[in-house]
Ligand binder design. Structure first.
Ligand code: FES
Length: 136
């Protein structure tokens, strides 16, 4: 499916696996602390975080391990993303807890506008490192 452009800094509307836009309301009813996987920029799997107040966290995280690119689940018991390929573990914000992953997970801006979820590139300072993002 063609990428839906919004004109807002290269952002796109979050979609489901079938390519249909996901209403924000559908994600926001999930259990607080949930990580919802959506198709984000370039169709790449992206985790959205449902906060305690049933709003979305303004940072989304790419489901792509910085070691060799595996996808990985969120482990709610350990409060970590845990890569099944070689055992890398990441904190809720995507920073590395245990290697071999060499870098923090890529992040995106997430915003809800009129029940749509807008995902756009993160190009400024990485708040986790205080440095320019490694992916820019
Ligand atoms: Fe995730 Fe190797 S690809 S640990």
């Amino acid at each position: 499916a063609p990428v839906e452009k919004t004109g807002a800094g290269g952002g796109i509307i979050a979609k489901d696996v079938l390519g249909n836009p996901i209403p924000a309301a559908q994600i926001l009813v999930e259990v607080p602390g949930s990580r919802a996987l959506v198709a984000g920029l370039g169709g790449e799997p992206t985790y959205l975080i449902v906060k305690e107040d049933h709003t979305l966290d303004s940072i989304g995280i790419l489901d792509n391990c910085t070691h060799l690119g595996c996808t990985f689940p969120w482990n709610p018991n350990d409060q970590q993303f845990q890569c099944p390929c070689h055992g890398s573990r990441y904190a809720p914000d995507g920073t590395v807890v245990r290697g071999p992953a060499p870098l923090p997970l890529k992040i995106f801006h997430v915003a809800v506008i009129d029940n749509r979820i807008l995902i756009s590139p993160w190009t400024e300072t990485d708040p986790r490192t205080g440095e320019k993002p490694w992916w820019v």
